[in-house]
Design a binder for this molecule. Sequence first.
Ligand SMILES: Cc1cc2nc3c(=O)[nH]c(=O)nc-3n(C[C@H](O)[C@H](O)[C@H](O)COP(=O)(O)OP(=O)(O)OC[C@H]3O[C@@H](n4cnc5c(N)ncnc54)[C@H](O)[C@@H]3O)c2cc1C
Length: 418
Amino acid sequence: MAENKGKILVIGGGISGMTTALEAAEVGYEVILVEKDPILGGRVAKFYQYFPKLCPPPCGLEINYKRIKPNTKLQTFVNSEVESISGDAGNYKVKIKTNPTYVNEKCVLCGKCEDVCAVERSNDFNYGVDKTKAVYMPHKLAYPSKFVIDRAACDDSCKKCVEACTYDAIDLDMQVKETEVEVATIVYATGWKPYDATKLTHLGYGALSNVINNVTMERYASGQGPTNGQIVRPSDNKKVESVVFVQCAGSRDENHLAHCSSICCLASLKQAKYVREANPDAKITIFYIDLRTPGRYEDFAAKIRSEENIELIKGKVASITEGQDQKVIVEAEDILKGVKIKMEVDLAVLATGMQSSVADDKKLPGFIKLDENGFIAPHLQKEGILSAGVANLPADVSSSIQDATGAALKAIQNVVRN
Ligand SMILES: Cc1cc2nc3c(=O)[nH]c(=O)nc-3n(C[C@H](O)[C@H](O)[C@H](O)COP(=O)(O)OP(=O)(O)OC[C@H]3O[C@@H](n4cnc5c(N)ncnc54)[C@H](O)[C@@H]3O)c2cc1C
């Protein structure tokens, strides 16, 4: 029974953190969920479709939001980070810092603030491809469903949004809040970030307009994305007629990410399907080192490989440069045929891997032990410290959910034990 027992803290509100939090809260345990962004959902919220079923992420995420909303055992802190952790299993003392969003619960999403706002900022939800106003809705289906103000982008003297809001929902004097909680156990579900492809100078990312990474491709394909689902060349918005996917861009490379992220091959196959959907005549080439589509994903891979206009070539891409009309020139080797290849395409997509984001946490307590790839090493943690999903290792959504469900059970055991 949960009565009079300690609480569970979950750090990270992606699919894994939400799963752990909900599974524990729904059987009666007190859970605190801390997410650094103003919304829940993590990386999955930014996908166009999930493999293997190719359904849109809102299918799964919205169910979780609906479960979270009425659950009185689950307290959610968004736009928040853990400042410090002290104590031991059964009695961890945690300080949570909540940054202001400058919009309160009275927001009814009328959008009048956005209409009058004259300032623009880079849209982080779309990986910087387009812009939002300084007062913005992170995305259409965002949860919590409320506008946010990016004060760093604002002119402090401007009060246009305050004047336009007839619901008194904007409070530019909102302050940082600190909350102290005591918890019995802590679950890290801090997930991943895309590997910084600007470090792969030979592949042209950042220098050439028509070289993008795989997470940005998700936003191009999405009907809610910056191009309304049109897959176009960033340089001139022309429909893409030919695409190269570069597998292991920085992955399995001691100088970059030594590990295999295990899902990038599947992600590129999925994205090849996006390109075909947008333009069935587009020519798609995937350069891979080893095609990793384990277990039940073999069928998914086989189905997409059998589609017209998709060619897979075993070989490493040596360089990407720019040709005339900002075409992308890809030089590679076909290992199986033993020949060098040079091709000109409209767009190159770098399949960058998943890098653990836990090390970005400047306040990460010294007692949290990471493995050689920067992920949390579950077996090295002190009592009461757990981890879930991609915080542990790169994985697909369904494995992350299974892992997060297991973490909920372990967290409950820690509560009961202490
Ligand atoms: C290009 C690409 C496509 C993919 N497509 C698919 C697919 O189609 N199907 C599939 O099954 N899998 C896919 N995946 C894998 C999928 O993204 C992961 O399985 C999933 O994101 C794991 O969720 P998570 O909650 O563990 O991590 P995340 O989604 O990264 O969520 C972590 C959350 O923690 C928050 N956070 C981080 N640090 C802190 C902190 N210090 N304090 C508070 N909060 C913090 C983050 O803001 C985020 O909200 C894909 C991966 C890539 C790279």
